[in-house]
Design a protein. Structure first.
Length: 149
């Protein structure tokens, strides 16, 4: 039997790394995933997206260089399984078209979730703190999509 997988987008991962609204809930979610032995998955570029958010927070004066560095060290220590699959770009394009998404970043996280569901018997959950994305997906939203509230 394969393990369950959780795809957390950068809105959740950043909340785990730096204190902001919803950080406590994001941290509890990550602890639950880790303690259950589930897979933590993300698109291959997710490390760059998280790093970009941290760098922008430094530029905006929201984090010191030292705080951002510490957050980065914590991030790279997470056991994230970066999914690089030749089918992900096409699935992401189809997801973006299906839901009329303006960015491929969001579509790629959703595509990773769909690809893993297609390839295995395990359950896959996508988690985001991006309410706008979830609203954009419409109703009923895909069963695998969860909003951190």
């Amino acid at each position: 039997m394969t393990r369950s997988a959780y795809c957390l987008d950068s809105s959740i991962l950043v909340k785990v790394l730096v204190p902001e609204e919803g950080s406590d809930k994001a941290t509890l979610l990550l602890k639950r995933i880790i303690s259950s032995g589930s897979r933590l998955v993300a698109p291959a570029f997710a490390w760059a997206e998280v790093g970009t958010v941290l760098r922008k927070k430094v530029k905006a004066g929201l984090l010191t260089e030292s705080e951002a560095h510490d957050a980065w060290v914590r991030f790279v220590s997470l056991s994230v399984e970066y999914i690089e699959d030749t089918k992900i770009p096409q699935i992401a394009w189809e997801v973006a078209a299906r839901f009329d998404l303006p960015t491929m970043y969001d579509a790629a996280f959703l595509a990773v979730s769909e690809r893993l569901m297609e390839d295995s018997q395990s359950t896959v959950e996508f988690w985001t703190a991006d309410r706008e994305l979830v609203v954009h997906l419409g109703e009923p939203r895909p069963e695998y999509v969860n909003l951190l509230e």
